[in-house]
Write a protein that binds this ligand. Structure first.
Ligand code: MG
Length: 387
């Protein structure tokens, strides 16, 4: 029987590419539940094509539109945050792909873990915000996680057949974003348009800005720490502008394994949906001879201070990364709306970390409270420093 899949965030960049993969292998996969935030027209269109059993929209005011279009087709419709979470333990679903961006992915993912679902994890914030708690829940649940983030998928692939003791270092590659060659002074005046123009990957707005500040790489180091159980001091980032090597693992004997491919998210999605096995693909494939030069260099933490927040957070476990993530979400939104400059993102995050109490072993309620307090503090900072 085809694997029954719920796509959390079906209208986003990873969500639509997940549906491409489902469509390509109809004997292996079927879309059972599609969940979107607010793009109701696109969700309706997807449901017409994929005929899931259930469609959920997070924004409650869009319920009538959804239901009017889909109920006649026999598709169950629901709306609101509770309906999103309820969809995670649908008995008719084997695998949940968490393709949403940001903190909003946390509670639904926890629900899916508790329900013992297989998880294709594209929502990195789940592990960034609450890695301690989530890995604890995973240890007690039959639920398994295969990462979809390209770097983590690469590391996962490199680790097949290896023992945990044989791993020395995880080396996460970063394209360096659009401002790799900019001076510190040039960074002060970059525009939203420039920041949204990523040289290699075509992604959503939030993650594109996170790539430009290198906050995305800091999050990926934190995500890797929890996903692979490797201490933060043994996880490094290197700049690799060609974005062909998706990440590497160095072993205790000195050997380095890497996973290479074109920058195309369909591969990690396919690998995760197929439960870490390989499916024949008709996507364009890498021809290594086309690349006479693959380069690697150290990132500059003075130009991209957000990168240093990975070590900062991992040295202060508990709710620190949750504060950083909340402040960053407010900062990116403020930057996208022209309210703060690009170089204000880091000071805003640090000012927020200073204002929120540290909690060593947070409960889920502590994480929820930390997130909302940090957002409030970050919004105040934006109001005080608006351009
Ligand atoms: Mg990534």
């Amino acid at each position: 029987m085809a694997q029954r899949i719920a796509v959390l965030g079906s209208t986003g960049s990873i969500g639509t590419q997940t549906l491409d993969v489902i469509e390509r292998y109809p004997d292996l996969f079927t879309a059972r539940v599609l969940i979107a935030g607010s793009k109701v027209d696109m969700l309706i269109e997807q449901c017409r094509n994929f005929r899931p059993r259930r469609a959920v929209i997070a924004r409650e005011d869009l319920y009538a539109t959804l239901s009017e279009a889909l109920s006649p087709l026999g598709i169950e419709c629901a709306a609101g945050a509770d309906a999103v979470a309820d969809a995670m333990d649908d008995p008719d679903v084997d695998t949940v792909v968490t393709a949403t961006v940001g903190y909003s992915g946390l509670l639904p993912t926890i629900r899916a873990i508790k329900a013992g679902k297989r998880i294709g994890l594209a929502n990195k914030e789940t592990l960034v915000v609450a890695g301690q708690l989530v890995t604890g829940l995973l240890a007690e649940s039959p639920s398994t996680v295969v990462p979809i983030d390209s770097e983590h998928s690469a590391i996962y692939q490199c680790l097949v057949g290896e023992t945990p003791e044989s791993v020395d270092k995880l080396i996460i590659t970063a394209s360096g974003g659009p401002f790799r060659r900019y001076s510190a002074r040039q960074l002060e005046t970059v525009t939203v348009e420039q920041a949204l123009h990523h040289p290699r990957w075509n992604m959503g707005a939030k993650i594109t800005i996170d790539s430009a500040t290198m906050m995305n790489k800091a999050f990926e180091i934190i995500e890797a720490r929890w996903l692979f159980g490797i201490p933060g001091e043994r996880i490094t980032a290197v700049i690799h502008p060609q974005a062909i090597v998706h990440s590497m693992v160095q072993f205790v004997d000195g050997a380095v394994k890497a996973q290479l491919g074109l920058p195309d998210m369909h591969l990690p999605i396919r690998y995760a949906l197929a439960d870490a096995t390989r499916l024949e693909s008709d996507c364009p494939k890498l021809t290594v001879a086309d690349y006479s030069r693959l380069t690697f260099s150290q990132p500059d933490p003075h130009k991209f201070p957000c990168l240093t927040l990975a070590r900062y957070a991992l040295d202060r476990p508990g709710n620190t990364a949750c504060i950083i993530n909340a402040a960053n979400e407010i900062a990116v939104d403020a930057f996208l709306h022209g309210r703060i400059g690009f170089t204000s993102i880091y000071p805003l995050i640090m000012a927020t970390v200073d204002r929120i109490d540290h909690i060593d072993s947070p409960s889920l309620d502590d994480y929820i409270a930390t997130d909302s307090e940090a957002r409030a503090a970050a919004r105040e900072w934006v109001a005080d420093h608006s351009l």
